[in-house]
Design a protein around this ligand. Sequence first.
Ligand code: SER
Length: 622
Amino acid sequence: MNANQIREKFLAYMVAKGHVEIPSARLVPENDPTTLFTGSGMQPLIPYLMGETHPKGVRLTDSQKCFRAADIEEVGDNRHTTFFEMLGNWSLGDYFKKEQLPFFYNFLVDEVGLDPQRIYVTTFMGDEAAGVPKDDESIALWQDIFAARGLSNGIGVMGSEEAGGERGMHEGERIFVYDSAKNWWSRSGKPANMPVGEIGGPDSEFFYDFGGEHDTRYGAQCHPNCDCGRFVEVGNSVFIEYIKQADGTFAKLPQKNVDFGGGLERIAAASNENSDVFLVPELSMIIKDVEAKTGKAYAENHKAFRVIADHLRGATFIIGDGVMPSNTDQGYFVRRLIRRAVRYADMLGLPEGSFAQFARAVIAAYGARYTNLVTDAEKIVGAIEAEETKFRTTLAKGMKEFDRAIADGTLSTDDVFTLFTTYGFPYELTEELASEHGFVISRGDFDAKMGEHQALSRAGAEQKFKGGLADSSEIVVQYHTVTHLMLAGLRNVLGDHVHQAGSNITGERLRFDFTHGEKMTPEQIAAVEAYVNSAIKAQAAVSIEMMAKDAAHAAGVEGSFWEKYPDEVKVYTVKDAEGKVYSRELCGGPHVENTSTITGTFKIQKEESSSQGIRRIKAVLV
Ligand code: SER
């Protein structure tokens, strides 16, 4: 089975058990500044696990898009990916262990068809310091579940992972008991590591035995939590009923919750009897394409192939959630993914331009469920293509520079800095390259160097604008308001099918992509210019109001990416003294207060095709 089939099967199964399906939250968390990306299924549901009422009820199911940035450099083995989908079912103070443990077990055995002899479970042995007892209830439930199917149901008490590696598994054992490093779940790990106010609880994990020889580098004996690759965790039921107190102990939450997370691809891998998740069709299509394009074998180049497949899929999903490659925040991770993939692509001799095809393949594979990928396909593919092209042109020169830099047996911070600023090597890429050659570089020194550099360029900018010139940021704000006026003008002249598809503003010009299938005529261009210039002349005031999103939508406020905004939205209206409305649009701002402060006349310099169905305008204030 492929991942899409497993996902849809799971959701239907949980719906039949009384759950309501909810959509995946975006990869970029809303109203949660603690992490850059959604990294687990429970993250978007935290308020409800803590007691808030969920509008869809107390039994929910979903498949949550997750991205673990910390794993970027880890990708390479048969089961780790940065992007993944986590299947979820949720009891918000409704059912508990007795119902939960058979839910997923029966799904694996009866729906996916896994061999019950090869499924093993783990449970929590208690944590004295945290004051949380052993999970005897789950152990007893498991014994009954296995007995009812005529399976062995012995208990193996392991303790720590290391202890498990010494003890190993004994005949007849199917239920294994581990300490809080293994069988307790919270976003920050075991009880001792949790900050005050964080929620969590004991968990019970499912492991599938893929067979194969044990590798003694991972411990004397094999056991479910051994990392040798024989056992792979496919799901985890967390019983979230605790919250950390200021004195280090745990109090019970007002309700007992179930947070189940299942690794979609790992389940698909188990159903295919192959532990390599990169052979699941949604990833193997890229692997096969890389083989075809390079003539190289996956089996001999696991890491490079896996990096390319994983990183391209991750980048596609993150850009689909509205984040473009950049040097800051989430955008920096998109950049790192693509540039790291370029380096491996270059090593394999993959032709330039391949990434756009891989992105299209990802969109095709996932588009039925994640329709935003299809809607924004051109934007996603365009961004990936542009980033690939940009880095391909500097990579080879940068690699030469790197070789030159290490020729004397050292790699200085100045060299790392040059690779970043001149050749576009993300710090982490240089770090990886350095370690492949036996060098260690320092993040602290690099950051210090960046700090000096930024202070210098700021001073330079202040010099430039001294002499009475408007500050560049003021001009940017003017262009921002002009962009709103221009979009309103385009809709006026071309029709209501026109929406924003992308925007980029500097102190010198605006660049704007919009949905329209044909080249604009000179008359249409002149009409849009006239519209904007009349709004500038009208000395129209720009006002801000907060509106409920639905109400704003219903009132015809212009906006793209509605789903990315919170329930309450900021609406900017440009209106003159007579009450004529020039523009009314959803936006975060900032804008000028009155169009009279816009300096100059609006002029469209260029109108051209950007991609299929998207036109691009470059315009200036002269
Ligand atoms: N929160 C648990 C996990 O992320 C189960 O959903 O593994």
